[in-house]
Design a protein around this ligand. Structure first.
Ligand code: ADP
Length: 637
């Protein structure tokens, strides 16, 4: 195979550019990233070696070797893990397949000076590219384990392209050779390397070795010392989750979290425990502080790593955690599962079911504890993950009330930046209040001004304001402490007996006017009726109890689903002086064209209020202009 020159994908070029020109602090983390990759590659090889005999080839053990070479100025990180084929190396090191790369780059570009770039870049999983923080050229020599394929040499100076050629590599696995920049030569120093490994990678469960120079006393010529080079293991290799809690420092917990999550920030919460009884396992789980940028993308891998008696089986096991806790990272190490456990076995396994139940309980308890004891932190957690957690209301019937208890809401009664809970809401309910009321919207300020809330505020009833898209879908089916959650924009509202009487009276008086409005809008709305929810505004559009919410309708349509348009009900405020005036016009001359204009404007106003566009914007504008002109003329008279 001749040397081939290939271009990096645009995103990679941009990432490399940022790595080289913007990230100056903590350069030593490149070593952690490369060791982490090497360790992952060994995990994969070890897992395959359970079923294939030729994976280990002639070697005794899996290991990562660090080779500083002062003469050539290179630092090599060598592993005897799974290695890469030509296709894999082009795919893995030449492109970034993550969806959302463009959005990510934007955030990164905006944040690069704030130091947050570094945090983000790790989260994004571009660990390998951190090599270019310290090297001006990187060579990767790799050969895939368990195949007869030749080795590959990949090389790049981060100048937009890389080369690839066949390479006769004796052992399987990968060597990453960093041609260090002149000013980064300290990474050839034994002590520097030892310290960095100890600091960031001590818990890596495969030996990280390096040849070190030692002075030895000659056995023949006592007292005479000579220098030898010997291989030394630099890390303690102790699986951190199997250690006793009292032996683990906060730093160690945090460092391990960074290793498994690629998050550079500290976790919000560490959950470490050993379960005994029907199922024996150890779990070390983390709740992150901030949501990884790709949490809502399909490619986001759910679940902690699954180990069986210290052997990694898979890096993300979604069978041991419910999807609404998918932000949790960590490790579950089981003593009961068979080593050759497959995805199929995992899906129908009683032990796995028990683990999942137990993990769910523990995580929900930890979240609850955070809410009780570290409220400020909890508010931040809720901002990041409340939306995901909420899905549990729909997905996990047995836990729905526990999850509902964890949710925070803004409401018509909460001060800016503060929240209420369903528990507090219920405690504060008025004596005659039957339901828990809520409204959904996109912005708090805007939603609080909606006319739908008027009668509720008048009665002193609190209304919860929900701003997540899935609220429309979730909340209508929720019951909390025997009380239904009811949307204030749906169905007829009857809050007050006296109001009801007055409404009936007005109904009789305006009966014929309402008939005319109904007739005029018959193609647009399902019904026209007098409202029990308006106090100051003239009109609004509402859905009937069982109908789909307008927001949900829009959302489903945006997702490409076919949704039949459900017509709304136009509600009019009988107490508004406008209707008295319209009624007298109507009684004088029911054909008066002004009435028609008014009715058109009313309907369009109601559309705008619910966030839709006027039906015929040009006609609407023309009708408004006409009325304004007449008014001006009259005022001038
Ligand atoms: P990440 O490790 O977050 O996936 P990297 O950019 O560090 O991101 O690596 C990209 C991919 O390249 C890895 O997912 C892996 O498939 C491959 N890779 C990197 N280093 C090695 C290695 N030492 N051995 C085998 N594959 C590797």
């Amino acid at each position: 195979m001749p040397v081939e020159k290939l271009e990096f994908k645009t995103e990679v070029k941009q990432i490399l550019d940022l790595v080289i020109h913007s990230l100056y602090s903590h350069k030593e983390i490149f070593l952690r990233e490369l060791i982490s990759n090497a360790s992952d590659a060994i995990d994969k090889a070890r897992y395959e070696s359970l079923t294939k005999t030729d994976i280990l080839e002639n070697e005794k053990e899996f290991r990562i070797k660090i080779i500083p070479d002062k003469l050539s100025g290179t630092l090599t990180i060598s592993d005897n893990g799974i290695g890469m084929t030509r296709e894999e190396i082009v795919e893995e090191l030449g492109t970034i397949a993550h969806s959302g790369t463009k959005e990510f780059l934007k955030i990164l570009q905006n944040n690069k000076d704030a130091g947050r770039g570094l945090e983000l870049i790790g989260q994004f999983g571009v660990g390998f590219y951190s090599s270019f923080m310290v090297a001006d050229r990187v060579t990767v020599l790799t050969r895939k384990a368990g195949t007869q394929e030749a080795g590959i040499k990949w090389e790049s100076a981060a100048d937009g392209s890389y080369t690839i050629e066949e390479y006769d590599k004796s052992g399987k696995g990968t060597d990453v050779v960093l041609h260090l920049k002149e000013e980064e030569k300290r990474y050839l120093d034994e002590w520097e390397l030892k310290g960095t490994v100890k600091k960031y990678s001590d818990f890596i469960e495969h030996p990280i070795v390096m040849d070190v120079e030692r002075e030895k006393e000659s056995e023949i010529d006592k007292g005479k010392k000579f220098k030898v080079r010997e291989e030394e293991t630099l890390n303690s290799m102790r699986a951190i989750w199997l250690k006793d809690k009292s032996e683990i420092t906060e730093d160690e917990y945090n460092e391990f979290y960074r290793h498994i999550s690629h998050d550079f920030a500290e976790p919000a919460k560490v959950i470490h425990y050993k379960a005994e009884g029907t199922s024996e396992f150890t779990a070390l789980l983390y709740i992150p502080k901030t949501a990884p940028f790709n949490l809502h993308y399909k490619e986001y891998k759910i679940g902690p790593a699954l180990y069986v008696r210290r052997v990694q089986i898979m890096d993300h096991c979604e069978e041991v955690i419910p999807p609404y806790l998918r932000f949790v990272r960590g490790v579950v190490d089981s003593s009961d599962l068979p080593l050759n456990v497959s995805r199929e076995i995992l899906q129908n396994n009683r032990q796995v079911e028990i683990i999942k139940k137990n993990v769910t309980r523990k995580v929900l308890d930890a979240i609850d504890e955070m809410k009780k004891n570290e409220y400020e932190k909890y508010v931040e957690f809720h901002k990041e993950f409340g939306r995901v957690l909420k899905e549990g209301i729909h997905l996990d019937f047995s836990k729905r009330e526990d999850i509902a208890d964890l949710l925070l809401f803004s409401s018509t009664k909460t001060a800016a930046g503060t929240y209420t809970t369903l528990k507090d809401y219920v405690e504060g309910m008025k004596a005659d209040q039957e339901h828990i009321y809520y409204i959904t919207g996109t912005s708090l300020e805007e939603t609080l001004r909606f006319p739908y809330l008027e009668a509720f505020s008048d009665k002193g009833y609190e209304v919860l304001v929900m701003l997540d898209e899935i609220d429309d879908f979730l909340m209508g089916s929720l019951e909390y402490k025997g009380k239904r959650l009811k949307s204030v924009v749906k169905g007829d509202v009857k809050l007050d007996k006296a109001d009801e009487e007055a409404r009936k009276e007005s109904g009789k008086r305006f009966e014929r006017l309402i008939e005319l409005i109904k007739d005029m809008l018959k193609d647009d709305v399902k019904d026209v009726r007098l409202s029990g929810r308006l106090k100051d505004s003239a009109c609004c559009l509402v859905s009937e109890e069982g109908d789909i919410d307008p927001r949900m309708e829009k959302l489903l349509k945006a997702m490409g689903q076919e949704v039949p348009h459900s017509k709304r009900v136009l509600e009019l405020n009988p107490l508004h002086p406008l209707f008295e005036a319209m009624n007298s016009l109507f009684e004088k001359d029911r054909e008066n064209p002004v009435l028609k204009d008014y009715i058109g404007i009313l309907y369009n106003q109601a559309l705008i209020l619910e966030g839709s566009k006027p039906k015929d914007p040009a006609a609407f504008a023309a009708a408004m202009t006409k009325i304004m002109t007449e008014n001006v003329k009259r005022s001038g008279d």
